[in-house]
Design a protein around this ligand. Structure first.
Ligand code: IMP
Ligand code: MG
Length: 174
């Protein structure tokens, strides 16, 4: 066993249980409809894998990569789409699966970018939300957990591209 990195906020079991709850909620909200699940690379992959298992609707999955961060922990405010969707979302129910909403800059941009293609609907499901850090008007429709202003790692989240593989969410004490 390797030692725990940082202070644990949420265990794998807690995260999976929350994914099951939100997945059930989404399945109900979109009953009788197909959904188009868009995961944001790279941070959302673990959470997306959990969520997908609990969404019972017919579903397509796709990925996007956008970035507003360089390396380190401060945002540049500039959002670049580095990898676009493979599929067409016209008239589809898009659900963006994100790791964390911090300032909101990235998702506000991504949502507008995808809305331009006239999907039937577009919603956001984020594993974590840091509402106290918001700089733009952006609300996630489904939130795993709200957290305080902490820099978190693990379960997909990185610090300088490391720690994404930790099977829990923890924070680094500064
Ligand atoms: P936003 O555009 O400021 O909302 O930032 C969103 C992105 O910043 C997320 O998708 C993460 O990649 C990154 N980010 C924000 N807060 C954290 C954190 O606490 N740990 C790791 N990455 C973070
Ligand atoms: Mg991200």
């Amino acid at each position: 066993m390797s030692e725990v990195k940082g202070k644990i906020l949420f265990t794998k079991e807690q995260i999976e249980a929350r994914a099951a709850e939100l997945g059930a909620q989404i399945s109900k909200d979109y009953e009788g409809e197909e959904v188009y699940i868009v995961g944001t690379l790279r941070g959302a992959v673990m959470w997306m894998a959990d969520m997908m298992k609990y969404i019972t609707n017919d579903a397509e999955i796709d990925f996007m990569m956008a970035s507003s961060y360089g390396s380190g922990t401060t945002t540049s405010g500039v959002v670049k789409v580095k990898k676009d969707l493979e599929g067409d979302i016209y008239n589809k129910n898009v659900i963006i699966i994100e790791d964390i909403v911090d300032t909101g800059t990235t998702l506000k941009h991504l949502k507008a970018y995808l809305a331009d293609r006239n999907p039937k609907s577009i919603k956001i499901c984020t594993m974590l939300d840091k509402p106290s850090r918001r700089l733009v008007d952006l609300k996630a429709d489904y939130v795993g957990f709200e957290i305080d202003n902490l820099f978190v790692i693990g379960y997909g989240l990185d610090y300088d591209q490391k720690y994404r593989n930790l099977p829990y969410i923890s924070y680094l004490e500064g």
